[in-house]
Design a protein around this ligand. Structure first.
Ligand code: P71
Length: 472
């Protein structure tokens, strides 16, 4: 039986498909980097689900109720109360977005250069903040995550045996903390089970290591637990959310995802008053006074409402159901995708889609460019292009080459996604003719945002490009 969305649409924003000739020109002008496109030149934007969703009428109303007092804002109190209720944590600090929370917290936990931060699979900006704070990110997701053809209900799980082996063989002061990302973005929006969080907590306690959650998609994770984890079918989403957070000492959160707002973030701690004071002391110079921390009062008001809507089961069923349908249409068209379908996006396996394009010619980027050319649909590469170089400047090879098609919350209809799926089906039929790319310009950090590329077949327009790409 069809389960319709639990909302109707009150406002629309026109979008427009420019001609194929224009798209060809725009993407070439953008240096074949989809981040450099003007958004008006994109028809359906699946670049990210971050800050791109639609707010509800209740959230728009909340904006007008925002209390813009510099200190002691009523909107902060409301946000604090909501977060306390959802997480069971005592200390709540608002930040401008997720990386703001990372920037405040990580340097306080990473106290010596080279300390490990162990996670399932760290997201790229998170990885960058660990490194900026002097730490070393370590990914210990279960091996099933790396095989897109294998079905596993909780592909975001952290490999607890390897965690224990690592903690056993490493001096305690060489490890800063454990950070579990729920859902696990880099593995394909894959959930982490409560059993896994519980096991991580037990091992962490044995070795005295703190545990944090990177909670950008906490509600989607809870929905998967309800659907898939034995014993949880009858439990409410808020009670699952609370149990998830009960296994950690605190969270960082980009509220731009499950928080259902266009900007915002959170740092929350269960009960460590000393760490809270130290976070507060960093929050003030980098983000803002503790009762706004980088957000307007109206932003906090809309976030408090968004967090309540995020844990509504009907909302989650519609949201995850839509992503699931999108994935199914792609699979039916023969497009190889990460299985099972994740919570916020479908991850096309570009290694299997374009087996003739080697990793260092960025097959997922080639596919992203092709999808824009074909249909004006914008996805994003999550593979070797995004991963970048090692300390010696060598291009690293990502374990997976994904074209991520992220679905903004409450924003596109099924027809928009069907159109995107049909475009990929057409590309599938002529995939042998699609070639790779090389980088002709790149900045030293987080290069994927601003790098320029060129088709490999078009020769090398700049003399240093070959040198940059020597890989073996
Ligand atoms: C996503 C993003 C945002 C993004 C990043 C790179 C290119 C395009 C868009 C951000 C996350 C995230 C997790 C698990 C922390 C952040 C940073 N994701 N943790 O997936 O997914 O949050 O953007 O609010 O600073 O598109 P922030």
């Amino acid at each position: 039986m069809v389960r319709p969305e639990p909302y109707r649409i009150k406002m629309v924003e026109p979008i427009r498909l420019i001609s194929r000739e224009e798209r060809e020109r725009r993407i070439a002008e953008a240096g074949y980097n989809l981040f450099a496109l003007r958004a008006e030149d994109v028809f359906i934007d699946l670049l990210t689900d971050s800050g791109t969703g639609a707010m509800s009428d209740a959230q728009w109303a909340a904006l007008l109720r925002g209390d813009e007092s510099y200190a002691g804002s009523r909107s902060f109190s409301r946000l604090q109360e909501t977060v306390r209720e959802l997480t069971g944590y005592r200390y709540v600090l608002p930040t401008h977005q997720g990386r703001g929370a990372e920037h405040v917290l990580f340097p306080l936990l990473i106290t010596r250069p080279g300390q490990l931060v162990i996670g399932n699979l760290h997201f790229d900006t998170t990885r960058a903040h660990i490194q900026l704070a002097g730490g070393r990110p370590v990914d210990l997701v279960i091996p099933e995550a790396y095989d897109t053809t294998v079905d596993h209900p909780f592909k975001g799980n952290l490999d607890v045996d390897r965690l224990e082996a690592l903690l056993k063989s490493t001096p305690r002061d060489a490890v800063a903390f454990i950070l579990v990302t729920v859902t696990c973005n880099s593995a394909g929006g894959q959930p982490v089970s409560l059993a896994n969080l519980r096991a991580v907590r037990a091992v962490a306690d044995k070795y005295g290591v703190p545990v944090f959650l990177d909670a950008a998609r906490f509600a989607e994770n809870a929905y998967f637990i309800k659907m898939r984890e034995p014993g949880y079918a009858g439990r409410s989403i808020p009670s699952i959310v609370k149990e998830m957070f009960s296994y950690a000492d605190g969270l960082t959160m980009s509220a731009k995802k499950d928080g259902l707002v266009n900007i915002g973030g959170l740092l929350a701690l269960r009960d460590d008053e000393d760490l809270f004071r130290r976070c507060q002391a960093r929050l003030v110079p980098f983000e803002g006074f503790p009762t706004y921390g980088g957000l307007a009062g109206r932003d906090m008001e809309a976030l408090a409402e968004g967090l309540r809507e995020a844990v509504d089961e009907d909302h989650l069923a519609a949201r995850i159901g839509q992503v699931e349908r999108f994935g199914r249409w792609l699979e039916e068209a023969g497009v190889p995708v990460q299985r099972p379908i994740g919570g916020h996006a479908v991850y096309v396996d570009a290694k299997r889609f374009l087996p003739h394009v080697p990793p260092h010619q960025f097959p997922a980027q080639a596919l992203a460019v092709e999808l824009y050319r074909e249909a004006g649909v914008r996805g994003v590469e999550v593979g070797s292009f995004l991963l970048g170089r090692d300390e010696e400047g060598r291009q690293q090879t990502a374990p997976m080459e994904f074209l991520r098609l992220a679905v903004p919350r409450r924003t596109y209809t099924d027809n928009h996604l069907r159109y995107a799926a049909e475009a990929l089906e057409r590309i599938m039929a002529r995939r042998d003719a699609i070639g790779g790319f090389r980088i002709v310009y790149e900045p030293p950090v987080l290069r994927h945002f601003t790098a320029h590329l060129a088709p490999v077949s078009a020769g090398c327009p700049q003399p240093f490009a070959n040198e940059l790409l020597t890989e073996d």
